[in-house]
Design a protein. Structure first.
Lengths: 455, 379
């Protein structure tokens, strides 16, 4: 489809061409039945190597203690919290696509929803590692839950860190349930088409005995709608609560009311960049270009302009409020961000998050795969640096100059960050091999002519 | 196959309009026990089958309210009743701080329980023993066909009529579905050896893991609550020093703060001449002196300083303190003996503080006076 021929007044076809339902199914499940290609093995060995490096660093951290990290007074939150916020943010695109766009009847979500949801789950898994390690006793997570114990003391329900525990747990559980609910009909289809006995057993167990019955579809669709309804405020609440970790404190640069919307916008921004980046590979590798179309990628780029501009607005507003508040500590913190020892991080962040995504206003760039890929990567670098700037600059120089410090991460910090990327992409590589990356049932329903004409 | 094991008659259709039409007609013809199987939800099918709207929303509402009120009620109970704790000087019941958790609990209960309700209550899953499973019909509707199945337990069911009806609708591959006779007659037994051994193995693995984790792993590094730390602890050896001792003695000539070394070492006469009791014999000092005397001195010298304790005969006898020699000693001499020791008596510097030693001296004077009281004292 050429660029000039696009007519935006008409709704674009969700699936290009008119593949029949069985062709569509065959395309989507093809990677599940083939032996992985050489490229896959190369990618897999790279990601598993990263994962191993991370696992070694985590093991050493558990054995030796947090002294291996660069954190110390006054910067007691370092890479651990930066990475946590980063990964939680990555997850937000998935829920946004699967829940909010579902409620808004954005049918183009069909091709990318399943993949984005899986990404949410994997990203939250990566995120969860960091606060757990940050506690210093990762084998005692039970202490974070309100359970009756022999000390007869409860957790502090007024602490933002406990809110975080509840928010992230809920987010992970609901995302998993939502994702699994979407998978049930697809697993039934896989069960009925596979010839392998072992696969059939596994699919049978997980499809629960789904029969594609309309008496079931009726409740199923309602449940999906209800879940989308709950996931929508949930996704907004999760990064809001993450931002409370900062905003409820009294550290200059953190104690601001703009944080919740600013964090949510940033999360969606980075999440879309990640989804776009990975989908570019997936659609290429698995010949899904007619299901994950260029139009879908373009729409995601548009979401990135919107959220990127919101993030840029927030940066400007933070400076304005610091000046307008007349509070010398606030004013200093923001001058320090732009001109202090971490100015390099600040200006790379501004370039990556505010300047480069604006190129997407140009249609040619919006529809050029290599350029959008590069911009997607810069957005994620920028968003990671945003969290770095927020966490580190505020802590390293707050009220008393006598207690200022400088944060330098160690190789263990870097190793665990690398390991989290390894975990994320390893899980993705496994996912694309064992489960359909596009919802088969939804894609079949979205083909032209899939729905009755006179209704 | 017996006639009585017939489950239903099925037919397949190619396009959604046909299946909608077939469903409408089946409903009109009065069939109630029929179902439609489509690879994806077909719009308008619920209307065609005249299905009542799903009531899952009611469940979601109930579960959501349960989460919201249950969450707030629990936090209220914890902060007001079970363990009220002042946090940041705020009221015990700081309800705004409960909002985030109440919201999250609402969402998780409503979502998860709604889905479980749907799967268990409405869909009656998991169920892999339905007669439609593993049939050609199921394989086709799972992929790209639209199927209708009219069940044999329908009050209006008549095999020939149903076949004719489906044919009239344009259905293809009209076929009967039978119950799997083997499955019908096959009842799983609890004491099936295979099942039982899996159960036993699971129980063994779970209990073994629990035992190892709670009794072994938790006492291993680094899970042992930091019991091993790379620092010098009192009474522990250390390779850092040549003598291998972790605790270091003070450097020679070290003087404790506020204390001068005893100046009359080996000089009892000078001590007697130059030392003066710094304490006044007040009631408190004498009480103190008494308690210290009874603790440290009386075991040998006796409660009344007569040298008559129960240790007599086991050691060279401790002398009485009522001899003329001791009575005529200046305070400094007695203090010197307490400090340095004499004959078999060791030094008491490490047990009795300087002040307490002087208090003991006062108390010894009291004993001496009491023991050798004059007539005039009785007046």
């Amino acid at each position: 489809m050429s660029t000039a021929a696009l007519d935006y007044t008409r709704e674009l076809p969700v699936v290009e061409g008119r593949p029949t339902a069985s062709e569509l199914e065959a395309t989507i499940v093809a990677p599940l039945d083939q032996f992985p290609s050489r490229t896959w093995w190369i990618a897999f060995s790279v990601t598993v190597s990263f994962l191993t490096i991370g696992a070694i660093c985590v093991g050493l951290t558990i054995y030796k203690g947090l002294g291996l990290w660069g954190v110390n007074q006054p910067v007691s939150w370092g890479f651990d919290i930066v990475n946590f916020v980063f990964w939680i943010g990555i997850g937000h695109a998935g829920t946004l696509i699967s829940a909010i766009l579902f409620l808004l009847r954005q049918r183009w979500r069909t091709g990318i929803a399943r993949f984005a949801e899986a990404m949410t789950i994997f990203a939250v898994m990566c995120a969860g590692v960091f606060p757990l390690l940050h506690t210093g006793r990762p084998w005692l997570p039970l202490y974070l839950t309100p359970y009756p114990n022999q000390h007869s003391v409860w957790i502090n329900f007024t602490s933002p860190l406990i809110w975080d525990v509840f928010a992230v747990t809920t987010y992970f559980t609901v995302s998993l349930v939502f994702w699994y609910l979407g998978l049930i009909p697809d697993l039934a289809s896989l069960r009925d088409r596979t010839t392998s006995k072992i696969k059939k057993l596994i699919y049978s167990i997980f499809s629960l005995g789904w029969r594609h019955s309309n008496r079931h579809w009726q409740h199923y669709e309602r449940a999906y709608l209800i879940l989308a309804g709950f996931a929508t405020p949930l996704v907004l609440s999760v990064h809001t609560i993450v931002s409370f970790d900062f905003a409820v404190s009294v550290i200059p640069g953190w104690h601001t009311t703009i944080f919740p919307p600013y964090f949510v916008a940033g999360a969606v921004f980075s999440g879309f960049a990640m989804v776009q980046n990975v989908l570019i590979f997936v659609r290429q590798a698995f010949k899904l270009k007619h299901i994950i179309t260029l139009d879908h990628l373009e729409k995601m780029n548009k979401v990135m302009i919107v959220t990127g501009s919101m993030v840029g607005y927030a940066y400007a507003m933070e400076f304005f409020i610091a000046w307008y508040s007349g509070n010398q500590f606030e004013q200093f913190v923001f001058l320090n961000r732009a001109l202090g020892p971490y100015a390099w991080a600040y200006w790379i962040m501004v370039a990556c998050n505010v300047v480069f995504p604006q190129l997407f206003w140009i249609k040619k760039i919006r529809r050029s795969i290599p350029i959008m890929f590069v911009i997607g990567i810069t957005v994620n670098i920028g968003m990671w640096l945003e969290r770095f700037v927020i966490v580190v600059t505020s802590l390293s120089r707050d009220f008393l100059p006598s207690s200022w410090g400088h944060y330098v991460p160690t190789m263990y910090d870097a190793g665990i960050l690398l390991g989290s990327f390894g975990l994320f992409f390893t899980l993705i590589l496994i996912f694309v091999r064992v489960l359909p990356v596009v919802s088969i049932a939804e894609a079949k329903a979205a083909v032209e002519g899939a729905q009755p004409k006179h209704h | 196959m017996n006639e009585q094991h017939l489950f239903s008659i099925t037919a397949l259709f190619d396009i959604p309009d046909e299946i909608i039409h077939a469903a409408e007609e089946a409903d009109k013809a009065g069939y109630t026990r029929f179902d439609v199987n489509t690879p994806y939800p077909v719009h308008g099918m619920d209307r065609a089958m005249r299905l009542k709207p799903s009531r899952l929303g009611v469940f979601a509402l109930v579960f959501g309210l349960l989460g919201a009120f249950g969450g707030v009620a629990f936090m209220t109970w914890v902060t007001l009743v079970d363990y009220p704790l002042v946090i940041g000087g705020k009221p015990f019941w700081s309800w705004p701080a409960f909002v985030p958790i109440a919201f999250e609990v609402t969402v998780i209960l409503a979502s998860v329980l709604t889905v479980i309700t749907m799967i268990v209550l409405y869909l009656k899953f998991p169920n892999n023993a339905h007669p439609l499973h593993d049939t050609l019909y199921m394989k086709r509707v799972s992929s790209d066909k639209f199927g209708i199945t009219i069940q044999a337990d329908d009050p209006k069911f008549d095999e020939r009529e149903v076949r004719a009806f489906l044919g009239k609708m344009g259905g293809k591959d009209i076929a009967p579905i039978y119950f799997d006779v083997e499955e019908l007659n096959h009842r799983q037994k609890l004491f099936n050896p295979k099942f039982f051994s899996v159960l036993a193995a699971t129980a063994f693995v779970v209990s073994a893991t629990t035992y190892v984790v709670f009794n072994k792993v938790l006492y291993m590094e680094p899970f042992s609550w930091m019991s091993t730390q790379e620092k010098l602890k009192a009474q522990r050896p250390s390779e850092l020093f040549k003598d291998g001792i972790g605790m270091r003695p003070p450097v020679e000539g070290t003087v404790a703060r506020g204390f001068l070394p005893y100046a009359f070492k080996g000089k009892p006469d000078e001590a007697g001449k130059d030392l003066v009791n710094p304490l006044l014999p007040t009631k408190e000092v004498l009480e103190r002196g008494k308690s210290q005397y009874l603790t440290y001195c009386s075991p040998c010298h006796g409660n009344f300083a007569r040298g008559d304790s129960r240790l007599q005969g086991q050691f060279p006898n401790p002398p009485t303190l009522h001899s003329d020699k001791v009575r005529n000693w200046p305070d400094g001499n007695i203090y010197h003996v307490l400090t340095e020791g004499q004959n078999i008596m060791p030094s008491y510097t490490s047990q009795i503080s300087r002040e307490d030693r002087w208090a003991i001296v006062h108390y010894i004077r009291v004993l001496q006076r009491a023991h050798n009281a004059k007539e005039s004292d009785l007046k």
